[in-house]
Design a protein around this ligand. Structure first.
Ligand code: ATR
Length: 266
């Protein structure tokens, strides 16, 4: 049997187990996916222990993505190296990846969004924003990052050759944008939007990384403005799809993984 899992703190509410197990069921794989609660400071020992126990691979969630990226025994792929964060480890090969970036581009591709040449505005400058800014920039979008703490946006801008702003710049950026992505926690378990509804327009595609609730205030405002919307489940599904494909070399059953996830989110 193959064994996969996720390390994090907290990890109890992770939706990755049902998503991956739906894929194993659909493809008839003899595999399991479990949650491992790992505290800060125990990360290196946990990874060595998992390797010794024969665990095949694992995902990494908060707060360990940066810590895993700096473990000396893991070889990082270009994306994980650039973002300085790992969310997927293949213990057989001792290779580490960041599939959050692919989660962004595959979600956009799924919704037929042309990224090359598009003007994209990322709101936020944390982990999710880093994956978005890196990936959109790699795909030749013109990327603007706007954050409450402007210095964080500026720092991210320097790293990825994008432009950094404070939230005030949204007034000028959003009306001219093709793509608006929310990478803040605003809207999570609350009916608030990080972007003024008056700025939204029909030429815009709005992508929200928040998935609790699936229909955020931002996405409701976007729909009302006639914009296309992409909810937060997509990024979660496609980062999982990408991890599944790295581990198994099989094509992931995307719809089954998506169904399993959405059933739990509803
Ligand atoms: P993640 O790893 O999920 O991206 P994070 O690293 O904690 O989460 O980042 C959270 C992001 O949400 C940050 O950009 C944060 O802005 P600051 O850098 O100024 O803290 C943003 N954020 C959180 N609460 C916010 C709020 N009330 N208004 C605007 N931005 C907010």
């Amino acid at each position: 049997m193959e064994l996969y899992g996720i390390i994090g703190d907290p990890v109890e509410h992770s939706l990755s187990p049902p998503m991956h197990e739906a894929a194993y069921r659909e493809l008839g794989l003899d595999a399991s996916y479990v949650r491992f609660h790992v505290e800060e400071g125990d990360v290196e020992e946990a990874v060595e222990g998992a390797k010794a126990l024969g665990v095949d691979g694992f995902n990494v969630t908060v707060p360990h993505k940066q810590a895993v990226a700096s473990l000396p025994r893991l070889e990082l792929d270009d994306t994980a190296e650039a973002i300085s964060a790992v969310n997927t480890v293949d213990l057989g090969e001792m290779k580490a990846y960041n599939t959050d970036a692919a989660g962004v581009s595959r979600s956009l591709e799924r919704h037929d969004v042309d990224v090359a040449g598009a003007t994209a505005v990322v709101v936020g400058a944390g982990g999710a924003a880093r994956a978005m800014a890196y990936e959109l920039s790699r795909l030749d979008a013109e990327v603007h990052v706007a954050n409450r703490t402007e210095e964080k946006a500026d720092r991210l801008a320097d790293e990825f050759d994008v432009s950094g702003h404070g939230l005030g710049a949204l007034d000028d950026l959003v009306p001219e944008a093709d793509l608006l992505l929310n990478a803040t926690t605003v809207g999570m378990e609350e009916d608030r939007s990080p972007v003024d509804a008056d700025l939204l327009h029909p030429e815009l595609t709005v992508f929200d990384a928040v998935y609790t609730p699936l229909e955020t205030r931002l996405l409701r405002d976007a729909e009302a403005a006639g914009a296309d919307t992409i909810d937060g489940a997509w990024m979660l599904v496609y980062q999982g799809v990408e991890a599944f494909e790295i581990w198994t070399d099989l094509e992931a059953p995307v719809e089954d993984m998506d169904d399993a996830l959405r059933r739990r989110l509803r």
